[in-house]
Design a binder for this molecule. Sequence first.
Ligand SMILES: NC(=O)C1=CN([C@@H]2O[C@H](COP(=O)(O)OP(=O)(O)OC[C@H]3O[C@@H](n4cnc5c(N)ncnc54)[C@H](O)[C@@H]3O)[C@@H](O)[C@H]2O)C=CC1
Ligand SMILES: NCC(=O)COP(=O)(O)O
Length: 351
Amino acid sequence: MTPGQSVVSPLAVTLGEPSGVGPDILLMMMAAPEAALPPLFALADPEMLAERADRLGLAGKVRIATIDRPEAAGDAPAGALSVIPLAHRHGETPGTPAPANGAGTLEAIDRAVAYALAGRASGIVTGPIDKKALYDVGFKHPGHTEYLAELCSRQTRGTLTPVMLLTGPELSCVPVTIHIPLSEVPKQLTTELIVTTCRITAADYRHRLGIENPRLAVSGLNPHAGEKGAIGHEDDAVIRPAVEILQAEGIDAVGPLPGDTMFHGPARARYDVAICMYHDQALIPAKTLAFDETVNVTLGLPIIRTSPDHGTAADIAGTGKARPDSFRAALTLAWRMARLEANAARIALPA
Ligand SMILES: NC(=O)C1=CN([C@@H]2O[C@H](COP(=O)(O)OP(=O)(O)OC[C@H]3O[C@@H](n4cnc5c(N)ncnc54)[C@H](O)[C@@H]3O)[C@@H](O)[C@H]2O)C=CC1
Ligand SMILES: NCC(=O)COP(=O)(O)O
């Protein structure tokens, strides 16, 4: 290390549901000779990974190095995949999600978060979980996003509002309400929630992504943003006041904009991030425009967390058909964010 250079800890990777494509895409990335991956370690079952590598014909290309702590990731031979084994079982037939894997899936997430909170990992990159399989074993959170906020709030000792950002080369967008039924959206959408979500988005764009004054485009909820109150009242009664509050605070926000006309090319050029009112309003355009490159980022946390935009893809797990691109983009972005954070910390140090 040269004087003044920051040490950035490796990224902690979790695989999500092991019968999905999480193991496949990690192994495929490691096997790609052109891959210049950031330093990382996985929390996983090394035997399951070895079996999957065998199934995918990658056994000769990926060496698995079992380690016992994050700090040992740097000691593994060049190109080897460093793996910290889990205490719980975490292996299953590809394509067949098993509730019995739930404890291992959650153990990996819990330990990755603990390492990140302790500064022993510079961030976490999570593979996709099978949400229903976890619900069936008593998991009470809709997804990672909400669970990570709960885990981190145990350390920060205050409730955290997690914000889901989907970011890709063509579009970045945030759903204000996340994993709730569509029928619940108008009930749970409040001016306060929109304002809070936008404040967190603007703040994290600044300190996590290096964009000083992000331009926020806030969508409407109803067709044509309510058509001046003729097609729904939420746009004028709930969303517009939120935009006015944000503008008064100096946040560059416009809206409510009709949802059907804010995603075409020239419209997208006018903002950095679209603030959408519900899950599919945000995720349909993001995944349609760039399914293979879009990354899911959780804002509003004291740790860095990214994830590929896709799910477990159980229909192609273990076949070699999964594309690792979104996972690779998630690793690259997490590493960029980690280096930005390390540099900012270094600049903030007293001389
Ligand atoms: N971050 C997370 O943990 C996420 C988890 N999920 C979970 O994943 C499960 C399955 O969700 P679905 O809606 O079916 O979405 P999905 O993304 O798993 O699959 C949708 C379609 O896209 C294909 N696909 C997905 N990823 C691919 C890849 N890397 N390469 C090539 N093709 C790919 C699949 O084969 C499938 O045909 C659900 O339990 C859902 O909750 C979904 C999204 C994110
Ligand atoms: N559709 C996006 C998604 O489900 C991601 O959820 P999370 O597990 O990252 O919270």
